[in-house]
Design a protein around this ligand. Structure first.
Ligand SMILES: NC(=O)NCCC[C@H](N)C(=O)O
Length: 258
Protein backbone atom coordinates (compact mmCIF):
# COMPACT_ATOMS: atom_id res chain seq x y z
CA UNK A 1 0.00 0.00 0.00
CA UNK A 2 1.67 3.26 -1.09
CA UNK A 3 2.15 5.79 1.68
CA UNK A 4 0.29 9.07 1.35
CA UNK A 5 0.96 11.70 3.95
CA UNK A 6 -0.13 15.31 4.05
CA UNK A 7 1.38 17.99 6.25
CA UNK A 8 -1.13 20.52 7.49
CA UNK A 9 -0.88 23.43 9.90
CA UNK A 10 -3.61 24.83 12.14
CA UNK A 11 -4.60 28.46 11.34
CA UNK A 12 -3.01 31.14 13.48
CA UNK A 13 -5.32 33.24 15.70
CA UNK A 14 -3.89 36.15 13.65
CA UNK A 15 -5.06 34.64 10.33
CA UNK A 16 -7.08 37.75 9.43
CA UNK A 17 -3.82 39.74 9.26
CA UNK A 18 -2.48 37.52 6.47
CA UNK A 19 -0.91 39.13 3.43
CA UNK A 20 -2.92 40.23 0.42
CA UNK A 21 -1.14 41.33 -2.73
CA UNK A 22 -3.31 41.10 -5.84
CA UNK A 23 -6.79 41.46 -4.28
CA UNK A 24 -8.60 43.91 -2.00
CA UNK A 25 -8.53 43.07 1.71
CA UNK A 26 -11.84 41.69 3.04
CA UNK A 27 -12.66 40.82 6.65
CA UNK A 28 -11.92 37.17 7.49
CA UNK A 29 -14.26 35.23 9.79
CA UNK A 30 -11.79 33.34 12.00
CA UNK A 31 -14.34 30.84 13.34
CA UNK A 32 -15.60 30.00 9.88
CA UNK A 33 -12.00 29.67 8.70
CA UNK A 34 -11.34 27.12 11.44
CA UNK A 35 -14.40 25.07 10.45
CA UNK A 36 -13.36 25.23 6.79
CA UNK A 37 -9.84 24.11 7.66
CA UNK A 38 -11.20 21.17 9.66
CA UNK A 39 -13.42 20.14 6.74
CA UNK A 40 -10.41 20.38 4.38
CA UNK A 41 -8.37 18.13 6.68
CA UNK A 42 -11.30 15.69 6.93
CA UNK A 43 -11.56 15.57 3.13
CA UNK A 44 -7.88 14.58 2.86
CA UNK A 45 -8.30 11.93 5.57
CA UNK A 46 -11.50 10.58 3.97
CA UNK A 47 -9.55 9.94 0.77
CA UNK A 48 -6.76 7.95 2.33
CA UNK A 49 -4.29 10.64 3.35
CA UNK A 50 -2.62 10.40 6.72
CA UNK A 51 -2.59 13.99 7.93
CA UNK A 52 0.35 15.17 10.01
CA UNK A 53 0.00 18.41 11.90
CA UNK A 54 3.05 20.66 11.85
CA UNK A 55 3.43 22.51 15.17
CA UNK A 56 1.37 25.69 14.93
CA UNK A 57 3.08 29.06 14.48
CA UNK A 58 0.58 31.36 16.15
CA UNK A 59 2.53 34.56 15.54
CA UNK A 60 2.62 34.04 11.78
CA UNK A 61 -0.73 34.97 10.22
CA UNK A 62 -0.04 33.06 6.99
CA UNK A 63 1.31 29.87 8.57
CA UNK A 64 -1.78 27.82 7.60
CA UNK A 65 -0.52 28.06 3.99
CA UNK A 66 2.04 25.40 4.79
CA UNK A 67 2.75 24.45 1.18
CA UNK A 68 4.81 27.60 0.72
CA UNK A 69 7.44 26.58 3.26
CA UNK A 70 8.88 23.42 1.66
CA UNK A 71 9.20 21.50 -1.61
CA UNK A 72 9.66 17.73 -1.48
CA UNK A 73 11.13 15.80 -4.43
CA UNK A 74 11.80 12.10 -3.89
CA UNK A 75 13.31 11.92 -0.37
CA UNK A 76 14.71 15.47 -0.31
CA UNK A 77 12.84 18.33 1.34
CA UNK A 78 14.02 21.76 0.24
CA UNK A 79 13.13 24.25 2.95
CA UNK A 80 11.90 27.43 1.32
CA UNK A 81 13.09 30.96 1.99
CA UNK A 82 9.87 32.91 1.55
CA UNK A 83 10.00 36.04 -0.58
CA UNK A 84 7.60 37.55 1.95
CA UNK A 85 9.75 38.44 4.96
CA UNK A 86 6.81 38.12 7.36
CA UNK A 87 6.69 34.43 6.46
CA UNK A 88 10.33 33.49 7.13
CA UNK A 89 9.69 32.33 10.72
CA UNK A 90 7.32 29.69 9.40
CA UNK A 91 9.98 27.34 8.12
CA UNK A 92 11.50 26.09 11.40
CA UNK A 93 8.49 23.96 12.41
CA UNK A 94 8.19 22.50 8.93
CA UNK A 95 11.87 21.59 8.89
CA UNK A 96 11.31 19.49 12.01
CA UNK A 97 8.21 17.85 10.55
CA UNK A 98 9.87 16.77 7.29
CA UNK A 99 12.97 15.54 9.13
CA UNK A 100 10.67 13.39 11.31
CA UNK A 101 9.14 11.95 8.12
CA UNK A 102 12.62 10.75 7.14
CA UNK A 103 13.37 13.35 4.48
CA UNK A 104 16.87 14.51 3.81
CA UNK A 105 16.75 18.27 4.39
CA UNK A 106 18.23 21.00 2.22
CA UNK A 107 17.73 24.79 2.35
CA UNK A 108 17.32 27.79 0.09
CA UNK A 109 19.89 30.38 1.17
CA UNK A 110 20.18 34.14 0.85
CA UNK A 111 20.01 35.79 -1.71
CA UNK A 112 17.64 33.09 -2.93
CA UNK A 113 13.94 33.31 -2.27
CA UNK A 114 11.51 30.56 -3.11
CA UNK A 115 7.99 29.65 -1.97
CA UNK A 116 6.45 26.22 -2.45
CA UNK A 117 3.39 27.75 -4.12
CA UNK A 118 5.68 28.51 -7.06
CA UNK A 119 6.60 24.87 -7.63
CA UNK A 120 4.42 22.51 -9.67
CA UNK A 121 5.62 18.91 -10.00
CA UNK A 122 4.31 16.78 -12.85
CA UNK A 123 6.15 13.46 -12.81
CA UNK A 124 9.84 14.31 -13.00
CA UNK A 125 9.20 17.75 -14.45
CA UNK A 126 9.38 20.51 -11.87
CA UNK A 127 7.94 23.82 -13.06
CA UNK A 128 9.07 26.78 -10.99
CA UNK A 129 7.50 30.22 -11.22
CA UNK A 130 9.67 33.33 -11.26
CA UNK A 131 7.37 35.90 -9.71
CA UNK A 132 6.96 38.17 -6.72
CA UNK A 133 8.02 35.52 -4.18
CA UNK A 134 10.62 33.39 -5.99
CA UNK A 135 13.74 34.89 -7.54
CA UNK A 136 16.43 33.72 -9.97
CA UNK A 137 18.81 32.65 -7.18
CA UNK A 138 16.02 30.58 -5.61
CA UNK A 139 15.41 28.87 -8.95
CA UNK A 140 19.13 28.09 -9.34
CA UNK A 141 19.17 26.55 -5.86
CA UNK A 142 16.10 24.45 -6.65
CA UNK A 143 17.87 23.15 -9.78
CA UNK A 144 20.99 22.34 -7.79
CA UNK A 145 18.96 20.44 -5.19
CA UNK A 146 16.70 18.42 -7.48
CA UNK A 147 18.38 17.96 -10.88
CA UNK A 148 20.90 15.45 -9.49
CA UNK A 149 17.86 13.42 -8.32
CA UNK A 150 16.47 13.26 -11.86
CA UNK A 151 14.21 16.33 -11.93
CA UNK A 152 13.84 18.40 -15.08
CA UNK A 153 13.42 21.94 -13.79
CA UNK A 154 11.52 24.34 -16.07
CA UNK A 155 11.35 28.01 -15.03
CA UNK A 156 8.27 29.99 -16.08
CA UNK A 157 7.37 33.65 -15.63
CA UNK A 158 4.54 34.56 -13.22
CA UNK A 159 3.38 38.18 -13.27
CA UNK A 160 -0.39 38.17 -12.88
CA UNK A 161 -0.96 36.20 -9.66
CA UNK A 162 0.80 35.45 -6.38
CA UNK A 163 2.34 32.07 -7.19
CA UNK A 164 2.72 29.74 -10.17
CA UNK A 165 0.13 27.44 -8.61
CA UNK A 166 -2.31 30.35 -8.23
CA UNK A 167 -2.27 30.27 -12.05
CA UNK A 168 -1.88 26.59 -12.94
CA UNK A 169 -1.99 23.08 -11.49
CA UNK A 170 -2.37 19.72 -13.22
CA UNK A 171 -4.86 16.93 -13.77
CA UNK A 172 -3.83 13.31 -13.07
CA UNK A 173 -3.10 12.78 -16.80
CA UNK A 174 -0.55 15.62 -16.69
CA UNK A 175 -2.70 18.22 -18.48
CA UNK A 176 -1.92 21.64 -17.08
CA UNK A 177 -5.05 23.61 -16.18
CA UNK A 178 -5.33 27.35 -15.78
CA UNK A 179 -7.67 30.30 -16.18
CA UNK A 180 -6.07 31.65 -19.31
CA UNK A 181 -6.23 35.41 -18.57
CA UNK A 182 -4.04 34.77 -15.50
CA UNK A 183 -1.43 32.51 -17.11
CA UNK A 184 1.62 34.31 -18.48
CA UNK A 185 2.68 31.76 -21.10
CA UNK A 186 0.29 28.81 -21.60
CA UNK A 187 2.38 27.66 -24.59
CA UNK A 188 5.19 26.61 -22.21
CA UNK A 189 3.12 23.60 -21.19
CA UNK A 190 2.88 20.60 -23.53
CA UNK A 191 -0.90 20.16 -22.85
CA UNK A 192 -2.91 23.11 -21.52
CA UNK A 193 -6.63 23.24 -20.76
CA UNK A 194 -8.25 26.57 -20.03
CA UNK A 195 -10.86 26.57 -17.25
CA UNK A 196 -13.71 29.07 -16.81
CA UNK A 197 -12.97 30.20 -13.23
CA UNK A 198 -9.85 31.51 -11.51
CA UNK A 199 -10.14 29.08 -8.59
CA UNK A 200 -10.90 26.25 -11.03
CA UNK A 201 -7.17 26.29 -11.81
CA UNK A 202 -6.39 24.80 -8.40
CA UNK A 203 -6.75 21.07 -7.83
CA UNK A 204 -5.22 18.64 -5.37
CA UNK A 205 -5.01 15.15 -6.81
CA UNK A 206 -6.48 12.92 -4.14
CA UNK A 207 -5.88 9.68 -6.07
CA UNK A 208 -8.33 7.44 -7.91
CA UNK A 209 -9.34 10.26 -10.27
CA UNK A 210 -10.62 12.40 -7.41
CA UNK A 211 -9.80 16.11 -7.43
CA UNK A 212 -10.06 18.29 -4.36
CA UNK A 213 -11.28 21.70 -5.50
CA UNK A 214 -12.75 24.92 -4.13
CA UNK A 215 -16.53 25.19 -4.05
CA UNK A 216 -16.11 28.59 -5.70
CA UNK A 217 -15.42 26.90 -9.06
CA UNK A 218 -18.66 25.02 -9.86
CA UNK A 219 -18.41 25.42 -13.65
CA UNK A 220 -14.90 24.04 -13.71
CA UNK A 221 -15.98 21.15 -11.47
CA UNK A 222 -18.67 20.35 -14.05
CA UNK A 223 -16.09 20.47 -16.83
CA UNK A 224 -13.79 18.08 -14.97
CA UNK A 225 -16.66 15.69 -14.13
CA UNK A 226 -17.56 15.70 -17.82
CA UNK A 227 -13.97 14.67 -18.62
CA UNK A 228 -14.27 11.66 -16.29
CA UNK A 229 -12.70 13.08 -13.12
CA UNK A 230 -14.43 13.18 -9.72
CA UNK A 231 -14.40 16.61 -8.12
CA UNK A 232 -14.58 16.77 -4.32
CA UNK A 233 -15.58 20.30 -3.33
CA UNK A 234 -14.60 22.13 -0.16
CA UNK A 235 -15.56 25.66 0.82
CA UNK A 236 -12.39 27.66 1.55
CA UNK A 237 -13.86 31.16 1.17
CA UNK A 238 -12.01 32.59 4.21
CA UNK A 239 -8.63 31.43 2.85
CA UNK A 240 -9.45 32.70 -0.64
CA UNK A 241 -9.82 36.18 0.90
CA UNK A 242 -6.09 35.89 1.68
CA UNK A 243 -5.14 34.58 -1.77
CA UNK A 244 -5.01 30.99 -0.55
CA UNK A 245 -6.25 28.01 -2.49
CA UNK A 246 -6.76 24.26 -1.95
CA UNK A 247 -3.18 23.41 -2.87
CA UNK A 248 -1.52 25.72 -0.35
CA UNK A 249 -3.25 24.32 2.75
CA UNK A 250 -1.20 21.08 2.71
CA UNK A 251 2.04 19.50 1.52
CA UNK A 252 1.37 16.10 0.04
CA UNK A 253 4.17 13.58 0.32
CA UNK A 254 3.91 10.27 -1.52
CA UNK A 255 6.29 7.34 -1.47
CA UNK A 256 9.40 9.14 -0.25
CA UNK A 257 11.86 6.50 -1.43
CA UNK A 258 10.16 5.45 -4.68
N1 LIG B 1 0.58 28.65 -2.26
C1 LIG B 1 -0.31 29.59 -2.03
O1 LIG B 1 -1.17 29.85 -2.86
N2 LIG B 1 -0.20 30.28 -0.92
C2 LIG B 1 -1.09 31.31 -0.53
C3 LIG B 1 -0.42 32.26 0.39
C4 LIG B 1 -1.31 33.38 0.79
C5 LIG B 1 -0.70 34.33 1.79
N3 LIG B 1 -1.67 35.30 2.20
C6 LIG B 1 0.50 35.05 1.22
O2 LIG B 1 0.33 36.11 0.63
O3 LIG B 1 1.63 34.58 1.36
Amino acid sequence: MPSQKALIRRPSPRLAEGLVTYIEREPVDAELAMRQWEAYVEALAAHGWETIEVDPEDDCPDSVFVEDTVVVFRNVALIARPGAESRREETAGVEEAVARLGCSVNWVWEPGTLEGGDVLKIGDTVYVGRGGRTNAAGIQQLRAAFEPLGARVVAVPVSKVLHLKSAVTALPDGTVIGHEPLVDTPSLFPRFLSVPEESGAHVVQLGGGKLLMAASAPKTAELFADLGHEPVLVDISEFEKLEGCVTCLSVRVRDLYA
